[in-house]
Design a protein around this ligand. Structure first.
Ligand code: BMA
Length: 844
């Protein structure tokens, strides 16, 4: 019986002979050449350690970034001691395992060199048996400056790589396999860190150990599916080894025996999971996961064990010729699915800072905003295992870029070998996650090379161009696809995103596009309505963090958009001017700094809402929309919907609504007035659409209700001719419209809209009645007004946190209750509720 079998396996776990000891204690560091050792944290980095020791000021505060650039040019030394006893030394094999070294490191154990590292994205192992001794052992790592390390190499090249986001004069970042955003980006500061950024452990064993163990879906059947178990075993003695795999706590149990010679071996066998449920992205079904227990047995003993989780799921990127051109969509468990999500960047410039709670919050925030996909963009890092565990758990598919972005890269044999090792390591680390949807070679390099004029800008001659183009082809069209095909054959590889440049309109019917006409070209938001490709994998618009966030990095004397501090926290050279230009097209001149920040957020939310609506309305021609960008890595003006401190901007609330499974897209600016209803629901629905016309002062002028049948995953068009006729009798500047969509459970979608830009509306003076009810760490706020209040923003000065709704239009005569839940009740009691609306940005 499977259950008994499982119990037996657990019992035999006691004999396990692989010992894993984390080495995360007693670390000290110093700048090379200094004599004093200072306490350090591992995992961590030199900036965080210097800050903890009070040796540098807060890197994010005011203009401190500028003062801290010396750090990248120094070498840094980290050291720890650890104890080993004789019993441990009795084991045969001893490996020092580094899950992440940033970046150029020489590692010494008891004075002997055990390893030289040169890739932040790669895990390293060194056999250390002969160097270990009973009692105290000293592990020392010397990190060479990633800047000075590659200077000679860069000089030898004879031209500059087009790494426009690298903030230094010399574009050295391309020579180092290290997070590109550390060198600066158009939303990121430059902090080129060094350090032990992921854990270190000492692994000792006799006989054999498992290095990696993955279970990957191969195919689905009506009643389950087939998955391939793949385990890498390092054996020290020849003999028979048995791999025992237990799926779903004893529901399926498999054993596979092989004869092994000493050395490293990959053992693969297929298993049938009869009756297993599929893993589905959220809102399409449940992301069902089964527990995994792997055991390696030899001579009747369990010698190693690993645990994990498994989801039965296939995700394919379908790119096939069709009537429109060439498709570009994700097929999940055989069904075409519309992808809704965002582009993700690392959560901090300093990678030791995001905790498990931060990671979980990112997934809570994505889930709350109805997302089913996230793109890990190629200028950051291959994320921690935790990120992918959460993606599996929350049902959010991961588009995984390899870490290359926005520049050409060298292609010499050493560099390619380094990348090969990095790719193989990360493919095996991540392939067992059902949420992993596809591998993508790079971000925007193909379009950059073909369309952005780098050749002219950087003055490349023919030979330089040929070298860079050949290197590109070798890496992204040969090396990486071959490695994906060999090591993760069920997953698709896309060489570069986007496939087509946004200037290339003839090809919008064929691939993915990053549409940057809005923002970079300063095209109006309305262009989002027609610039619709088969899949939109980037588009975005900047906004500022609000005053409560700005207070945390700037002083009152810095509170102007053009102050040196605010400019340093705006990394796009034309950013402030672009925001201002669009802002004045939509709103009146804001009366002060705070209302400028606030309106920038409403503006961003409005722009991205228009884009998302256009993409969803164009389904199934367009099958995905991922805006730029979900989050920030420091406090800054950027395209993010959530600021560095975790505050939802107006955008995140707007995205939650625009990604809701049932959506109404209202058109009132063309000859044909219409509402397109879009359903991402996996079942048919009976819906009621209510459309109302009102005066801003409150009076209802017209109301219509219609019932309709909405097929699963379908679309419906409803004419609004009568609304148009009704509105024609009034001054459009006095009007607002409300659309509500209800299903059997109540209102599923509720939106307000206007017929003229906010700047032209005759907004009445808001008089909002506020009542609050505090209950421990939760505050309920009820708001009521007799007139429409546009863009109402609630805050509690000095208290961060996200209300259940915010930046909404408060409808006349309809009380609205919001909740804010903190982790604990506020120490000083609840501050008064502050309100800000569009009207409050006016001068009078
Ligand atoms: C896209 C991204 C990033 C950049 C953003 C805004 O190109 O891939 O490189 O931050 O645009 O310019």
């Amino acid at each position: 019986m499977p259950h008994t079998n499982y119990q037996q396996q657990m019992a035999s776990a006691a004999t396990i002979r692989v010992e894993r000891t984390p080495l995360l204690q007693n670390w000290a560091f110093r700048k090379a050449g200094d004599t004093d050792w200072l306490p350090a944290q591992v995992p961590g980095n030199n900036f965080s350690d210097l800050l903890r020791q009070g040796l540098i000021p807060d890197p994010f505060y005011r203009t401190n970034e500028k003062e801290l650039q010396w750090i990248e040019k120094e070498d840094w030394v980290y050291q720890t001691t650890f104890e080993i006893d004789d019993r441990r030394l009795d084991l045969d094999q001893h490996l020092m395992v580094f899950h992440g070294l940033d970046t150029y490191a020489d590692v010494f154990l008891n004075g002997q060199l055990i390893l030289t590292a040169q890739n932040m994205f790669l895990g390293y192992e060194a056999e250390v048996g002969p160097m270990l001794r009973p009692g105290a052992n000293e592990l020392r790592i010397r990190f060479r400056s990633p800047i000075r390390e590659v200077q000679a190499k860069a000089e030898a090249v004879g031209f500059t790589y087009p790494a426009g986001n690298d903030h230094a004069e010399e574009k050295l970042s391309v020579f180092t396999r290290k997070a590109p955003y550390h060198y600066g980006w158009d939303w990121g500061p430059r902090f080129v860190t060094s350090g032990v950024w992921r854990p270190v452990e000492l692994i000792s064993f006799d006989t054999a150990r498992m290095k990696t163990a993955n279970l990957v879906t191969q195919s689905l059947t009506e009643t389950g599916g087939v998955a391939r178990a793949e385990v890498t075993v390092a054996a020290t003695i020849a003999g028979a080894y048995t791999l025992a795999l237990n799926v779903g706590q004893g529901r399926w149990v498999f054993e596979h025996t092989v004869q092994l010679q000493p050395g490293e071996h990959t053992i693969a066998f297929d298993v049938a999971l009869q009756g297993a449920d599929y893993w589905w992205p959220r809102s399409w079904g449940a992301p069902v996961l089964y527990d995994l227990n792997w055991q390696l047995k030899h001579a009747d003993e369990t010698i190693d064990q690993k645990t994990g989780r498994f989801g039965l799921c296939t995700i394919q990127l379908i790119r096939e010729a069709d009537e429109e051109g060439c498709s570009f969509h994700l097929e999940v468990n055989g069904q075409a699915l519309f992808a809704k999500g965002a582009n993700y960047i690392p959560q901090d410039s300093f990678l030791d800072r995001p905790t498990e709670a931060h990671y979980r919050q990112v997934f809570e925030d994505m889930a709350a905003a109805n997302m089913n996909m996230v793109r890990i963009w190629g200028g950051g890092i291959y994320e921690s295992d935790l990120f992918y565990d959460l993606a599996d758990e929350y049902g959010i598919m991961v588009w995984q870029d390899f870490m290359f972005a926005c520049t050409m890269y060298p292609g010499d044999p050493d560099f390619l070998d380094n990348i090969r090792a990095e790719a193989i390591y990360n493919i095996h680390r991540l392939k067992g996650h059902p949420s992993l949807a596809l591998w993508c070679g790079n971000n925007e390099i193909a379009v950059g090379w073909q369309h952005w004029g780098w050749q002219k800008e950087y003055g490349y001659n023919e030979a330089d161009c040929k070298l860079m183009a050949d290197d590109y082809e070798r890496l992204f069209e040969a090396v990486l696809p071959e490695l994906v095909a060999e090591h993760d054959p069920t997953r698709n590889y896309l060489p570069s995103s986007p496939v087509y440049d946004y200037s290339d309109h003839d090809n919008y019917d064929k691939g993915d596009v990053h549409y940057w006409g809005v923002w970079h070209e300063e095209a109006p938001f309305s262009t989002y309505k027609w610039a619709v490709p088969r899949f939109m994998s980037e588009y975005g618009f900047q906004s500022f963090p609000l005053l409560d966030s700005v207070r945390r990095y700037a002083e009152p004397e810095d509170w102007s958009i053009e102050s040196p501090v605010m400019q340093l926290h705006q990394k796009h050279p034309r950013g402030n001017g672009i925001i201002r230009k669009y802002l004045l097209q939509h709103y009146r001149e804001p009366k002060d700094f705070e209302t400028f920040l606030y309106l920038s957020q409403l503006l961003q939310a409005e722009g991205i809402r228009i884009a998302i609506e256009a993409h969803r309305k164009a389904k199934p021609f367009c099958m995905g929309t991922l805006y730029w960008q979900l989050n920030d890595c420091w406090p800054v003006a950027s395209w993010s919907g959530i600021d560095y401190y975790g505050q939802w901007k107006a955008l995140h609330y707007a995205v939650r609504q625009a990604f809701s499974p049932l959506l109404v897209v209202l058109e009132t600016d063309e000859e044909d007035w219409s509402a397109t209803i879009v359903s991402d629901e996996p079942e048919d629905k009976r819906l009621r659409l209510s459309t109302g016309l009102y005066r801003l002062s409150g009076e209802r002028l017209w109301l219509e209700e219609k019932s309709l049948n909405m097929p699963a995953n379908g679309k419906a068009l409803v004419g609004l001719e009568e609304l148009k006729t009704a509105a024609a009798d009034y001054d459009a500047a006095d009007l607002w419209i409300r659309v509500q969509l209800s299903d059997s459970e109540g209102v599923a979608y509720d939106q307000t809209a206007y017929l003229v830009p906010a700047r032209d509306l005759h907004l009445p003076v808001p008089k909002v009645k506020v009542s609050t009810e505090a209950n421990g760490a939760q505050l309920s706020v009820t708001l009521q007004s007799s007139v429409l209040v546009m863009g109402l923003y609630l805050s509690l000065e000095g208290l961060p946190g996200n209300f259940s709704d915010n930046f909404f239009d408060l409808c006349p005569g309809e009380p609205k209750t919001l909740e804010l839940t903190l982790s604990e009740p506020p120490e000083q009691g609840w501050p008064p509720v502050r309100l800000l609306s569009v009207y409050d940005s006016y001068t009078e």
